[in-house]
Design a protein around this ligand. Sequence first.
Ligand SMILES: Nc1ncnc2c1ncn2[C@@H]1O[C@H](COP(=O)(O)OP(=O)(O)OP(=O)(O)O)[C@@H](O)[C@H]1O
Ligand SMILES: NC(=O)c1ccc[n+]([C@@H]2O[C@H](COP(=O)(O)O)[C@@H](O)[C@H]2O)c1
Length: 172
Amino acid sequence: MKHTKRALIIGRWQPFHNGHYEIIKKISNEVDELIIGIGSSQRSHSLKDPFTAGERMMMISKSLENLNIRYYTIPISDIDFNSIWVSCVEALTPPFNQVYTGNSLVRELFTEKGYVVKKPELYNRAEYSGTKIRQKMLNNQNWEHLVPKSVVDVIKEIDGVGRIKRLNEKDY
Ligand SMILES: Nc1ncnc2c1ncn2[C@@H]1O[C@H](COP(=O)(O)OP(=O)(O)OP(=O)(O)O)[C@@H](O)[C@H]1O
Ligand SMILES: NC(=O)c1ccc[n+]([C@@H]2O[C@H](COP(=O)(O)O)[C@@H](O)[C@H]2O)c1
């Protein structure tokens, strides 16, 4: 029987943007199945991590609706214990034999455990960046063209831009 090629890509997806879509589309041609780890799943309602794990799962599943790939989205919360983090990820996910990440800590931890780790190429990083998109939302600049249409719909449904602006208000 053919061995299933199953890869893990882990990110915070705050929000899921066109660069994420492009890289997942590319990876979907290289593997049979993809595990999409929702990193820092316990985090939400902050300027760096405004969206909940559930909201990020909605963004991803609606964006990937038309892609021909079997994938699993798995929320993964952070732990203050880097040396056992890979074991925690393994405990939550289907088995995988390859990891995609641009994050140096993630790369180091998986490489030390013997995984093949690939660094995805970046698409239009000048614009397709979670940090820059969140900044644009805050500054009333156009951001909608930088994310899949379904992500615009999710962010509108939850008033995500309003949330980010309110979180940025000064305490008194
Ligand atoms: N423009 C892009 N093109 C291709 N892959 C990307 C792009 N931006 C991020 N990635 C990949 O997606 C994964 C998850 O990234 P992440 O959620 O941190 O996005 P980000 O845009 O870097 O967000 P932030 O600015 O909030 O850190 C990373 O492993 C990264 O390599
Ligand atoms: N000890 C830990 O909990 C640990 C270690 C390395 C990465 N992570 C997480 O992996 C994710 C990596 O995603 P980014 O590439 O979007 O930063 C983040 O959510 C990060 O917090 C967690």
